[in-house]
Design a protein around this ligand. Sequence first.
Ligand code: ZN
Length: 329
Amino acid sequence: MRSILPKVELHCHLLGVVNPPLLREIRQCGGSILLEPSTLDSAYPIRDLGSFKRWVEVLSPYQSATPDAMRPILAAHISDLIAQHVVYSEIMISPTMFPRELRPLLQAFHCWREWAYELERGQVQIEFIMVVPRTLDPDVLRRDTETFVELYREGLIVGVALVGPENGESIQRFASSFARWREAGLGIEIHAGEHSGPESIREALRYGMPDRLGHSLSAFQDPVLLDELRHTNVHIEFCLTSNLRTGAVKQIGEHPARRARELGMNFSLSTDNPGAFECSMTSEFHLAMEALGFGPDDFKTIFQNALASRFERKLRHDPSSRALGNEEP
Ligand SMILES: [Zn+2]
């Protein structure tokens, strides 16, 4: 029943969509793949953070994949979103997909964007977010700061997301970039408080002033921080199965999404890395319903909160074909 609800997904990594059946399908259809499906098979099941890191390592041939190599993956993913009645999705992609120089980068990204428009088929709106790894070299960061502003001005991306393991290193060095992006209008998402304590979220708020937080689980251990999030209405992207698979949450019944619902907080549900965690938007909704007791009113609120928290695009190239219209769950 939940599968026919319209859905919005704000937190999904394109690389995390890859799984062995998808690779086999691409090969069967005559497409080229960068990794043997049987090699990726060996990285399952993912039961903890260590096995997830191993999965990411195995996927390394795709870390530097070109847009051409990623096209069949994007096509399969968008088709899957449409089948699940996802009407709006922001997908995180890596700048390593594209040339480094600005002019060829813009050219390649415009081709990528046109391809995504075709795949939307008027049934889903796809937007892209550039990832910034926490480990990024400061020199690369300086160059990327203005590059991402250009991509945003061209209507090619809607925001940036700070991703990667929270290793205790301060994100203060990103502060001026975040300020620049914010001033230019880009949306800011920061993964924080997934496998680390509330201090990671405080730091994200202080130096990044994010519109949205990814995971933010440890905020629920800190009443003062929780109050701050409630009052500032920062949106939280929860990823139930991801948190279970990496061990960030031991049991689904303990997931803070339940508490967030009780407190009337601004949050949504996403898959994070559906290929790795063997989940989908539909299965996430089922899990929330069966394990956390979410009902139709909760899903309606989640839909509205997610839509209200989406990042805005600077330019709109094809308003006529947008899927996002009068959808109501
Ligand atoms: Zn993520």
